[in-house]
Design a protein around this ligand. Structure first.
Ligand SMILES: [Zn+2]
Length: 216
């Protein structure tokens, strides 16, 4: 069983960075709250859909004795990591990071030190190839324990912390929407998680307000 229960909606990948998407793996929106990492299969499914692990990794773990328990425990650790990241992002979003932030990263560096992976050069299986060598560099992970599912998450967080401009991290302006994103637009004027979810709602609300004002 590698797929999430069919009742779970599709994950939202609107954060414009895998670590921001990870924050959005629990989402409060006007129509309710969704937790995609509620259990082990949910975590494995979310990671596969995010492109952070291959399909079928969860099945490897579930075949082991107590595999489901260990996988559920990894989901709990992933939720803890996510809320650790949320607190870090909230402290620094909008103002940017300085070298002093390194003192707050023991949790992250502990996980990164624990990783068991290597890079491998191999034939790329689909175009476009960039550069056009037909080869790609891929990280190969040795999957022996569900806890290792946290490693690709830790690496994504490491990339966010080291490379992203925290002045451009924002929360969607939609009322009751908790989704966060890295604003990579040219104008740095992004306001919504997406037009479809919150932007259009705001437009409709503004239009209604204008109509009401005209009638008043
Ligand atoms: Zn929103």
């Amino acid at each position: 069983m590698t797929t999430a229960p069919p009742t779970r909606p599709d994950p939202l990948f609107l954060g414009d960075h895998p670590a921001m998407d990870f924050l959005n793996s629990v989402a409060g929106q006007p129509d309710g709250r969704t937790e995609w990492l509620a259990d082990g299969p949910g975590l494995a499914d979310w990671l596969a859909r995010a492109g952070l692990v291959e399909d079928g990794v969860a099945a490897t773990f579930l075949d082991a004795p107590d595999g489901r328990t260990a996988l559920d425990a990894a989901a709990g650790q992933a939720r803890d990591l996510r809320e650790w990241l949320r607190a870090f992002v909230r402290r620094h979003a909008g103002s940017g990071l300085t070298a002093d932030a390194a003192a707050e990263l023991d949790v992250l560096n502990g996980l990164l030190a624990d990783a068991d992976s290597h890079l491998r050069v191999e034939a790329a299986d689909e175009p476009p190839f960039e550069p056009p060598s037909g080869l790609r560099l891929r990280r190969v992970r040795r999957w022996t324990a569900p806890r290792q599912l946290l490693h690709p998450l830790a690496e994504a967080i490491g990339d966010l912390v080291a490379h992203a401009d925290f002045r451009l991290i924002r929360t969607c302006e939609g009322p009751d929407c908790t989704l966060m994103f890295l604003d990579r637009t040219k104008s740095h004027a992004r306001r919504w998680c997406s037009m479809a979810l919150c932007g259009n709602r705001a437009k409709v609300a503004a239009h209604r307000a204008r109509v009401r004002d005209r009638r008043a």
